[in-house]
Every structure is written in structure tokens, then in C-alpha cells.
Design a protein around this ligand. Structure first.
Ligand SMILES: Nc1ncnc2c1ncn2[C@@H]1O[C@H](COP(=O)(O)OP(=O)(O)OP(=O)(O)O)[C@@H](O)[C@H]1O
Ligand SMILES: [Mg+2]
Length: 182
């Protein structure tokens, strides 16, 4: 089973992936896989980020990683993989996300762009285009430390990705922040 672990940059995917790995789960970094297998098709110079051939890497993952075992694919584009069976989206309140991205040393323009994307639910909207609601889970990390985010993900795994009210999509709403100037 393939589970995509996505979320706006700064929501904590890499941090929690390291913890999941320590717990013995298999995690693949979409970015690293794209680099190693030649699915980077260019550089978005404006965003200073890699452009990934998402259909190409989707087919590659579908061919090599689709097994009965649970495998996580981590990255802010992983929800775009059609072959993913489940998608977990990490969320973070825009004010807190700003602090996390500043801590990462990102420039103001990039911070603003990502905060706006988080505010208007870009990743969730893209995910519902590809997945049915019961296969998508949202975790609000705003007031959780990394271990608590880990516990939430383990809870979802242990329940066999059964839909649950707790992580049901659509409960998180940062829309009151839309008019705020970041
Ligand atoms: N739950 C959390 N509580 C507090 N700080 C956090 C939490 N999760 C992540 N952070 C901090 O936010 C920053 C970004 O975290 P991280 O690099 O894991 O995000 P990411 O989602 O992997 O981002 P990217 O998409 O850029 O790889 C780091 O400084 C990290 O320590
Ligand atoms: Mg990361």
C-alpha cells in the first residue's frame, strides 16, 4: 500500500518521516527518488525548486513500489501521485508556518507564497481531484510537536487507514487569514 505524506513546505514532513523511519516504517523521499532516477526535468528558477516529471515518476513508483507492504512517499508533491492509495496531509496555521519557514532561512517572497498556499488549502484541493474523500487524512500540526504528529500517523496506520472523524478532511479552515498581510 502506498501512502503519500504531503503538506506545504514547513509543515514537518521530513521531521516526522525521520521518526517514522526510526519506528521501522519505509519512507521514500519523492525528491531524492526523482533526482536518482532521472525524473527531474528542470529547475523552476523563480521558485528555486526542481520540476519533477510527476507522471513519469508515478509510473516508476507504480512499477517498483506497489506491494502489500506499507510504503510512505514523502514530499510536497507526493499527493499528485495517482498511484497513491492513501494521502496524509500535514497542515499548519499560517502564523506558525511563517515562523517555521523563517527558521528554515527562506526568503520573504518564498515564505509568502507558501503561506498563501497553505491558507487557501492548495494541497487539499489538488488531492481531492485525484482521491476519494475517505482516502485522505488531514493532521493539524500547529500545536503538536513532532512526536505527537508521529502518534497521529501511527494511529491512522494502526486503524488500517479507516476513515475517522478526527482526521477527516475539511475541518481545517485558515480562511480568516486570507486578508492578512504576511
Ligand atoms: N510539529 C512541529 N513543531 C514545531 N516545529 C516543527 C514541527 N514540524 C516541523 N517543524 C519545524 O519546521 C521546519 C520545517 O520542518 P520540515 O523540514 O520537516 O518540513 P517539510 O514539510 O519537510 O518541508 P519541505 O517541504 O521544505 O521539505 C523545521 O525547522 C522543523 O524543525
Ligand atoms: Mg522536507
Amino acid at each position: 500500500m502506498l501512502a503519500a505524506l504531503s503538506g506545504t513546505p514547513g509543515t514537518g514532513k521530513s521531521n516526522v518521516s525521520a521518526l517514522l523511519q526510526k519506528e521501522g516504517y519505509t519512507i521514500i523521499s519523492l525528491n531524492e527518488l526523482a533526482i536518482n532516477q532521472g525524473f527531474v526535468t528542470g529547475i523552476d528558477t523563480e521558485r528555486n525548486s526542481k520540476i519533477i516529471d510527476i507522471d513519469g515518476i508515478n509510473d516508476y513508483i507504480d512499477g517498483y513500489y506497489k506491494t502489500d507492504d506499507l510504503i510512505f512517499i514523502e514530499g510536497h508533491a507526493s499527493h499528485l501521485l495517482k498511484t497513491a492509495d492513501k494521502v496524509i496531509i500535514l497542515r499548519c496555521h499560517p502564523n506558525k508556518l511563517k515562523i517555521r519557514l523563517e527558521k528554515k532561512g527562506w526568503n520573504q517572497e518564498k515564505i509568502k507564497e507558501n503561506i498563501e498556499a497553505e491558507t487557501i488549502d492548495v494541497i487539499l484541493c489538488e488531492t481531492v481531484e485525484l482521491q476519494t474523500e475517505e482516502n485522505i487524512f488531514e493532521i493539524d500540526t500547529t500545536n503538536k510537536n513532532n512526536n505527537s504528529v508521529l502518534s497521529s500517523i501511527v494511529e491512522i496506520i494502526k486503524s488500517n487507514f479507516e476513515p475517522t472523524k478526527k482526521y477527516k478532511i475539511g475541518k481545517i479552515d485558515w480562511s480568516e487569514e486570507i486578508l492578512n498581510e504576511f
